[in-house]
Design a protein around this ligand. Structure first.
Ligand code: 7RM
Length: 635
């Protein structure tokens, strides 16, 4: 029996039991057989959730890029590692082999060294979905620099906050990016951000769209000439198992984003293991995940997990509807994609369009379909199953988080029978529990509660950059000795999990995690606005959309409401990005509050979702009368 590649349900249960009964032996066998180490570990796991402190493979030394690239060269040197599909369908596809990837990562790593970047330095990567994004990420890992990839749809303010929080020395960006028929001036956004980031010494610029941009002397450099002069060999930096590999920001329920810190060995082992099993990857498969590398899904399942398995991983620069709504299906046909991994929000948007876009293309290469980012509703699940998988491809509904680093609950294709809207069973090594509101574990089946994980797994985030206390408070205090996910879930009669959604103040819009607090903070900067509260409400395509309740200042009361709505969304776009724009904005004289002054978002959420009958007892509020006013004026 191979622990590493599970092929049927019986085997899943065997492997699962072993992973729980003896985690050390389980993970040690996988680590030994499937990776190259410069030095072996002393202990597999040391942990204490009360601190919290988690150490996997302590004492081991390695470099993740040796595992993702170097060791494949002998057997897979001329195999395609990255398959780049450009935004413009007329621009040719690029096949970057493992040999070429090796050279390009090493050259880039040497350029980083020339810029003075050393082990432990933070490098911010703000790039579109082009090969340089994956290569820059790996180049950082090659020399032990900590990468912080910021999604290139974020605004200058959001970028500056992230750069400053982790004190990045260097920013890697591009002149611009293509997005469907549009171009975006990335460098201008970076220039704006860098007015507020004294820590940044240099900027490396990839030429992508060929626009004329401002280059600040001594600070900004074009990347290509530097690469052309760089050596193609760069010795990998030998890292300790628990050295940070990267920081990735995710929003929380208070204002500032959380810089989740992932470390080297455990992250590598777990992303490789889950990639292999969740996608049942075989040597000649062509795997495509449509996420952006700016999110955890891209880090773990476009870059590290696939490359650690010597896979061919597709990088798509564009959007689902350019030049038309058939683009995804066209790419699947063109590259004979075998595993396709996308988000429910994309599935719902695609399902709204005419089926002729799907039917025009031969999708028979597909073997497995994946979904990630939010709960997938029944309708979208069946559409995906029928029209894309032709009822022959298992759908893996994979539940996980930026914080978990890798897939936690998901069917294993061909082993776990799927059930629409259910993420089904925990991966080996994962011990989910459901908790009631008093912090007691709810045992048995056909129950629901708050989802916690009671035992460490190798790819869990170890801390929040510069804020270990926030890490402890956010994830380890609500339920003693447990990691709290922030999600609610139910467990059915056979032990399958269904994730029902966030129970805190994070809203998932089109698969993007948006904290309500930073959006409210941005809105409240408007001179005419006194206070605001944001909630999510169900939306056909985006899963959730944002509903804002806004209290105007005296001076704002005679302003035109439609103009104000535009200004509010403008502020949000500037401070967070267009993904956080509000779909509905209701002006109100007050917000329902508890006596201690906390906004009762639960009530606002129900009103925004037209659930007026289940508001609960509002009489204990500080200002119960305002509830009726809000209901009367609901949009
Ligand atoms: C990978 C990722 C995490 C949050 C998580 C959930 C929600 C993700 C699913 C899901 C139901 C799923 N990381 N979520 N996957 N909910 N079913 N299969 O998305 O940090 O950006 O978001 O996303 O609420 O806590 S994330």
């Amino acid at each position: 029996m191979s622990n590493y590649h599970i092929k049927h349900l019986e085997e899943y249960y065997q492997v699962y039991r072993k992973s729980i009964q003896n985690p050390d032996i389980f993970w040690e066998e996988i680590a030994e057989e499937h990776f190259v180490w410069r030095k072996r570990w002393n202990t597999v796991l040391e942990w204490d959730f009360s601190k919290p402190e988690i150490k996997w493979f302590k004492g081991a030394q390695l470099n993740i890029t040796e595992n993702c690239i170097d060791r494949h060269l002998r057997t897979r040197g001329s195999k395609t590692a990255l398959l780049f599909e450009p935004n413009n369908p007329d621009e040719s596809t690029q096949h970057i082999t493992y040999n070429q990837l090796y050279k390009r990562v090493n050259q880039f790593a040497n350029v980083l060294k020339d810029q003075g970047i050393k082990k432990g330095d933070r490098v911010c990567i703000y790039l579109p979905m082009i090969p340089e994004l994956a290569i820059a990420t790996l180049a950082c890992a090659r020399i032990g620099a900590i990468h912080s990839v910021v999604f290139a749809g974020f605004s200058a303010t959001a970028l500056a906050t992230r750069i400053n929080d982790s004190d990045c020395k260097l920013v890697i960006t591009a002149d611009g990016s293509y997005r469907g028929a549009k171009t975006i001036d990335l460098k201008t956004i970076v220039d704006d951000a860098l007015k507020h980031t004294p820590c940044v010494k240099n900027v490396l610029v990839v030429k992508r769209i060929g626009s004329s941009i401002n280059m600040q002397t001594n600070r900004d450099k074009w990347l290509q000439p530097l690469l052309d002069n760089a050596l193609t060999e760069c010795e990998p930096e030998i890292m300790n198992a628990e050295d940070p590999l990267f920081i990735l920001y995710t929003s929380g329920s208070t204002g500032t984003p959380k810089g989740m810190v992932h470390t080297t060995a455990g992250y590598m082992v777990y992303t490789a293991f889950t990639f292999k099993n969740a996608f049942q990857y075989q040597e000649n498969d062509v795997y495509w995940c449509t996420a952006d590398i700016g999110w955890i899904t891209g880090h773990s399942y476009i870059v590290y997990g696939p490359l650690a398995n010597g896979a061919t991983t597709v990088l798509y620069e564009g959007v689902p509807n350019y030049p038309d709504w058939g683009r995804f299906w066209k790419i699947i046909e063109k590259h004979k994609i075998t595993q396709f991994y996308t988000a429910p929000t994309a599935i719902r948007a695609l399902a709204k369009e005419n089926l002729k876009h799907v039917e025009k293309h031969d999708l028979s290469s597909l073997k497995i379909l994946g979904s990630v980012g939010e709960p997938i509703n029944e309708e979208a699940w069946h559409w995906y199953d029928t029209n894309i998988g032709k009822k022959k491809c298992p759908i893996i509904d994979t539940w996980w988080q930026t914080e978990t680093g890798g897939i936690m609950i998901s069917p294993i294709p061909y082993a776990t029978p799927t059930k629409p809207t259910y993420a089904t069973l925990p991966f080996p090594g994962i011990q989910p529990v459901l908790m009631d509101e008093n912090g007691n574990e709810i045992k048995g089946n056909q129950v629901d509660g708050r989802l916690c994980i009671k035992f460490p797994w190798p790819s869990m985030a170890r801390t929040i950059w510069n804020n270990h206390q926030r890490y402890r408070e956010t994830y380890f205090t609500a339920y003693k000795n447990n990691y709290f996910t922030g999600d609610g879930a139910l467990r059915d009669e056979v032990g399958y999990y269904r994730i029902t959604g966030r129970v805190d103040d994070v809203i998932i819009v089109s698969g993007h995690n948006l904290g309500t607090a930073p959006i409210e903070d941005a809105i409240n900067l408007h001179p005419a606005i006194a206070e605001s509260a944001i909630v999510g409400f169900p939306h056909d395509i985006k899963g959730n959309a944002l509903y804002g309740y806004v209290i105007l200042k005296e001076t704002g009361t005679n302003r035109n409401h439609d103009n104000l709505r535009k200004e509010i969304n403008q502020i949000i776009t500037e401070h967070i990005g267009p993904i956080a724009k509000l779909d509905k904005i209701q002006f109100t004289s007050g917000l329902p509050k508890t006596r201690s002054g906390k906004i009762m978002r639960r009530i606002l959420r129900k009103i925004a979702s037209s659930e007026f009958d289940t508001l609960g007892d509002t009489s204990t509020l500080l200002n119960p009368e305002v509830v009726q006013e809000i209901i009367t004026n609901v949009l």
